[in-house]
Design a protein around this ligand. Structure first.
Ligand SMILES: Nc1nc2c(c(=O)[nH]1)N[C@@H](CN(C=O)c1ccc(C(=O)N[C@@H](CCC(=O)O)C(=O)O)cc1)CN2
Length: 290
């Protein structure tokens, strides 16, 4: 049995960042302006610290102004909202992202609501989520959550046309499951969103030409759930007791059945940050009439 094609998220993300860097260099040469990305981190969650440092570094590499606001774990809701109000009002700020998860005492929905939708490079503000759900806006000009956007770019790297394909998304989070389902629908897939209460999940997944796994449970999706030749996008990034990362899909099994599959690490993860940079450039151009 031939093994699946590996979808190389690391390489595709690097190519996207190179494209963004070229575009920013061109804009800078003409206007002297570059996009400004501001990331807000509250607390000291080790994984979040690593992701924020990586966002800061890669934003600088593509030529952006990059600022990380690191706030203590006991930051109050009022202080966080005041920080966001300052960033909303600052014309040099094109993109604002609040790293998730926030400490439990903070109200995440209220924090996201407080970000100017035009600067919401995470695509999580209700206005941007509503535009995506409405399906009426050109995705090139919409601020779409980064992991779903990256997942779609990976899918399109192996499936230029998605029209009419059966897609099953496992997981219904606002960060991944719901928006990726909306993007698949916009690409004319027939979309099922499966979740913890879905009955006969293995049989539901067996129907899928495209499987997007976003459940947050290591090796949850088994190889015999995968229809032969299906494309599998594994969004899970689970830290195992031995320190290694594992996806939501049992890769060793699924690679034998799938037509194409993303690895973990090196699949969707790197696309999340590349798409954040893309959204920041999109926001910059929209705000400055580019
Ligand atoms: N406000 C947000 N918070 C969070 C998001 C998000 O999109 N917006 N996503 C995740 C974390 N995340 C970015 O924030 C992220 C996760 C993983 C990677 C990545 O490149 N992973 C590598 C492995 C890295 C490692 O060794 O740990 C990979 O998969 O190859 C980048 C960004 C939750 N929070």
């Amino acid at each position: 049995m031939p093994q699946a094609t590996l979808i190389d998220g690391k390489a595709i993300a690097a190519a996207l960042r190179a494209q963004i860097a070229t575009e920013i260099a061109g804009i800078k040469a003409v206007s002297g302006l570059v996009p400004g990305l501001h990331v807000v981190l509250v607390g000291d969650d080790p994984a979040s610290r690593v992701y924020v440092a990586s966002k800061e570094k890669l934003a600088v590499e593509v030529g952006m102004n990059s600022v990380a606001h690191r706030l203590p774990a006991d930051t109050s809701q009022e202080t966080l909202l005041a920080t966001l109000a300052g960033l909303n009002a600052d014309d040099a700020v094109d993109g604002i992202l609040v790293q998730l998860p926030l400490p439990r005492h903070l109200d995440t929905a209220a924090v996201i609501d407080a970000i100017d939708p035009a600067k919401d490079v995470d695509g999580l503000h209700p206005l941007n989520a509503g535009r995506l759900a409405g399906g009426k806006v050109d995705p090139e000009h919409l601020l779409v959550p980064c992991t779903p956007l990256g997942s779609m770019l990976l899918l399109r790297s192996v499936l230029p046309s998605l029209s009419g394909l059966e897609a099953v998304v496992i997981g219904r989070s606002e960060l991944v499951g719901r928006p990726v389902a909306q993007l698949l629908l916009q690409a004319d897939c027939t979309v099922t969103i499966a979740h913890s209460r879905t009955k006969d999940l293995p049989d539901v997944v067996r129907r899928a030409d495209i499987v997007v796994a976003a459940v947050g449970r290591p090796h949850f999706v088994k190889g015999d759930w995968i229809k032969p030749g299906a494309t599998v996008i594994d969004v899970g990034i689970n830290r195992m007791p031995d320190g290694k990362l594992a996806g939501d899909v049992d890769f060793a099994e699924a690679v034998e059945a799938a037509g194409a599959i993303t690895p973990v690490p090196g699949g969707v993860g790197p696309m999340t940050i590349a798409c954040l940079l893309r959204n920041t450039l999109t926001a910059f151009k929209a705000r400055r009439g580019g």
